[in-house]
Design a protein around this ligand. Structure first.
Ligand SMILES: [Fe+2]
Ligand SMILES: [Fe+2]
Length: 318
């Protein structure tokens, strides 16, 4: 393996020398960068100037010596890596299961690339990528495409499926989480925090969903009807749809953050060996609730809201 020892290069020539070295590589070739401190600033410089045309793998990470394997990768990979998690799930909803498996947020955090999301949660990107590639190869299994649905139909679907589920699931989950915290809180203090964070999620959603049902969704339906009729709609009190959407997305983030705490505290819904039945049922139901919440927020943030903003522009131009 070829090593470039940058400790021996004059400081102002370091980065140009490294760039020159990188430019001289053919695709899939690499070199080892040897340094006496973490060369992370170089990584950012390369990323901003060259884009994602390289991979960066630490071989040694201090405290005295840092070595990084820098490999030139084909442009194709660059484009694929730029897709955000949300976009990938919009294209193929089966991918949501992959992100769920690794605890990567595809609804509120859907605007991140897969790589960024992996870095944030400390997940090995290569494993996630391998699972995603597997799905791309297997086009046979069902691939429901919410992206093709009419927006008024999507609003009804969200209310009838997800809002109904949330409303029905919350009372039991509040009861069980409070009971488990009361009975097992001493031995398993995380259950007290879980009850607290789940209560936040419940309060946030019960306050949030009526705003969608009473204000935002009816307006979206009006827009759909106006587009079909080739007419326009009166300017709403909230100015433009972007305002309530920003508010809804901020509320999704709050609920998503609290749900992520539950996910972590429960050790990804794995009950301890001494857990009683209520404890086990609680964790199973919380896992189900989280799965539903992610799909719900994904449909809103990544499909419904995004397309409604475009639809409003189109209708208002009439
Ligand atoms: Fe909703
Ligand atoms: Fe929502």
């Amino acid at each position: 393996m070829e090593t470039l020892d940058v400790t021996k290069i004059e400081p102002r020539l370091k980065h140009p020398t490294i760039f020159e070295k990188f430019e001289g590589l053919c695709e899939n070739e690499h070199f080892i960068l040897h340094n006496d401190h973490d060369p992370m600033p170089l990584r950012f410089q390369m990323q901003s100037e060259l884009g994602k045309v390289f991979t960066w793998e630490y071989i040694l990470q201090g405290p005295e010596v840092w070595e990084v394997k820098i490999t030139k990768v084909p442009k194709m990979e660059e484009e694929e890596d730029r897709s955000t998690i949300g976009e990938l799930v919009v294209e193929d909803y089966r991918k949501a299961d992959v992100f769920r498996k690794y605890g990567l947020d595809f609804c509120c955090g859907g605007k991140r690339s897969v790589q960024e999301a992996c870095e944030k949660r400390g997940v090995d990107y290569k494993l996630v990528k391998a699972d995603l590639d597997e799905l791309d190869r297997d086009q046979g299994t069902s691939k429901e495409n919410f992206n093709d649905w009419e927006l008024d139909f999507l609003c009804d679907f969200i209310v009838n499926k997800h809002h109904k589920y949330v409303t029905e699931a919350i009372p039991l989950l509040l009861e069980y989480s409070a009971k488990v915290a009361r009975v097992h809180g001493e031995r398993h203090p995380e259950t007290i925090d879980i009850a607290h964070y789940f209560k936040n999620v419940a309060d946030e959603l019960m306050n949030h969903m009526p705003k969608e049902e009473n204000v935002l969704f009816p307006y979206i339906k009006q827009l759909v009807a106006a587009k079909k009729a080739g007419t326009t709609v009166p300017k709403p009190d909230f100015g433009t749809i972007v305002n309530p959407i920003n508010m809804m997305e901020a509320e999704h983030l709050d609920a998503g953050d609290d749900m992520e705490k539950v996910y972590d505290l429960s050790n990804v819904y794995q009950p301890p060996a001494d857990a009683c039945n209520t404890f086990r049922v609680l964790y199973a139901k919380l896992a189900e609730f989280e799965k539903d919440l992610h799909q719900h927020i994904h449909l809103e943030n990544n499909i419904l809201f995004k397309k409604s903003i475009e639809l409003e522009k189109e209708v208002m131009a009439n």
